[in-house]
Design a protein around this ligand. Sequence first.
Ligand code: NAI
Ligand code: MG
Length: 715
Amino acid sequence: MKTKKVLILPGDGIGREVCDAALPVLTALNLPIELEYGDIGWECWKKEGDTVPQDTWDKIARSDAVLLGAITSKGKKQAEKELPEHLQGTGHKFVSPVIQLRQKLGLFANVRPSYYISGQGKPFNMAVIRENTEGLYAGFDYHGIPEQIQSLLSHPNIDKSGFDNSAITLRLQTKFGLTRLFKFAFEYAVKHGHKRVTFADKPNVMRDSGAFAEEVLDSVAANYPEIEYDIQNVDAMALWLATRPEQFGVIVAENMFGDILSDLAGGVMGGLGLAPSANYGEGTAYFEPVHGSAPSMYGKNKANPSAMFLSIALMLDYLGFEDAAEKIRVAVQETIRKSKNLTYDFGGDASTSELAAQIIDNIENNKQQLSAAIITVGDELLAGEYHNTNLKEISEFLQDKGYHVAEHLVCSDQKSMINRAVNKYVGAVDLLVVSGGLGPTSDDVTRYAVASALSLPVEFNEQSWQHICNRMSSFKLEVCDKDKVQAYFPQGATTIANSAGIAQGFTLTRHNTEVLVLPGPPKEMSAVLNKAFENRQSNRIAQHSKHQWKLLGVTETQINVLIEKLAPAIAKQVKYIWRYPYLNVSVNCDDSQPEVIEQLQAVTNSLEAFTVSRNGLNASQMIEATEALCWKSDDVQLEELLQQLPGNGIGPTYYVNTIPAISDVLSTGSFDGTLEIHVQAPDGEPRVLAIPLRDEYVTEYVKEFASWCYLTSES
Ligand code: NAI
Ligand code: MG
């Protein structure tokens, strides 16, 4: 493919930071793109009284596309004050570079795609297309009503104020402007697979211009019979965008209505840190994040670079690199869904460059762990009547298959609750497992709830019904009509055999989430879960493995500090769990990288002195009951406790004593200060450990420490 020329205009403030952070993605994607840099924005105004210098126009003329960071604009007075001295008072006028670009380059369509990235609510995919050259921002804006139009205007408030004390803005709509706008909107819908074009206007109030626009819309739409189109009042549109974005495709509007709706769409998408935009015309196009220069954030390496990444993706689409564009979108989405550390606007403390590096790493390695969520359904589980063993088993199973289980949700049998729970995860995780509520009774509503959450009808599956009838008669059970509900599945679902019962499970994928639905009875759940995973390969996560250290005699803070120092590549994934008296430290990570292997080794070495095991076993669990070994103490009560430990009582003797004595501690019940544990092996030095004397369970500590001394003694 021919090399494309892209002009980068970083502009002001965080525009510079997000450009610096995101542009290396072009290198990672290895695209035939040549970059040139140019100046634009406030600094140019301060230097030469023009926000877009001639040199930049020359560069634009020889580029295939322009990528803009952000620019700073300030009010009239401030702009005048910051002009170079020789230009002050000469009537120099500040014109926003964004407006200059749009006007001089004839960029009539501003496109703001807005689609689901993460969070609650149904996945959606829409784009607001705003007319950029006419409408209410056409520039017919007057304070003091011009003589030429005064005769047209009769209004009681003008009578009271007079023409000089009134202001007016005119909305311009032309056949030329509307035709090219609507054509662009339908073409955009075709190209991006949107099935619906909605024109947001106010025809019930602006009746003549509204009717005129409708006429133009009808004539353009006639050429696109496969695309549904409608006109909605802009105010209602705002409500729908906020509450039901999944119902829309392309939303097209005149300049001001489009301006407002496109910001709203940016908010629906997740805010300024995410929202990208593009400006298209007959010739060139330019791309920029929706956000501005955010001066208060500049220099802090804090801004979210995602909007810039997504703007780059739009540019790559335009230049014909659609695959690369899609890779960027997927990487941004995956990173935001799965990263443990995002920028501040997503509640994290990652810097601009850290988040950008994660996104680029995702593109280069594409092996982030798959994520899963589990919903278990049943009022009896919520009431605590039963242990939720399914939840535990599914978690362990998925963990074993390499999934990162991100969330559990226990949900009542109510259809609306299950529906809401399913909605929460569809589009947000790779796999959603739902268990319970597939039976024939009236409290079994999971299949309907899942179907409704995915906006699918339920369909009767004859094959499945035959299967149910056969199973029931083989169990000598009478088949009744009520059983039939178990043969209904959401449209498109694949059924999964249940070798331990009757109701089959099912699976289907929507919005990149596989929804796997299992029966509730534990044996049946297990059977269907295993069946679902038969012949399935977990690919992307093959390199993830678990490393663990069972530690005695240290605090989590000590270990945390050490791991952060020795193993920065994995430190954020490390988990610290107290299983008194042990501290279990574990990490699930991709250990195929030399850097990670090295850091894991460094951690292992430095924890050696505290590590009792690497496989999760306690010291006392590692001693055989028959081992030739005898426990003794000067403290009768302690000696009794030690008899609970394995050992045949006739081998070499280990003396265990504490200061203060365990019998004194237990009889006085005074838990304060420290407990010194002394263990003397038959030969060798005595070993001593001091622990906080916190409660009667220190006896567990004594037993585990004694066992560990035995396991590690020379004799
Ligand atoms: P802004 O978009 O620069 O910032 C508003 C707030 O949004 C920031 O304080 C920050 O809290 C948040 N924000 C913006 N970008 C973010 C990111 N990437 N990550 C995380 N949070 C982010 O809008 P503001 O403050 O109204 O304007 C600042 C300057 O930018 C003004 O001079 C304005 O004229 C200019 N501007 C330029 C635009 C452009 O270049 N097309 C568009 C909007 C404003
Ligand atoms: Mg705006």
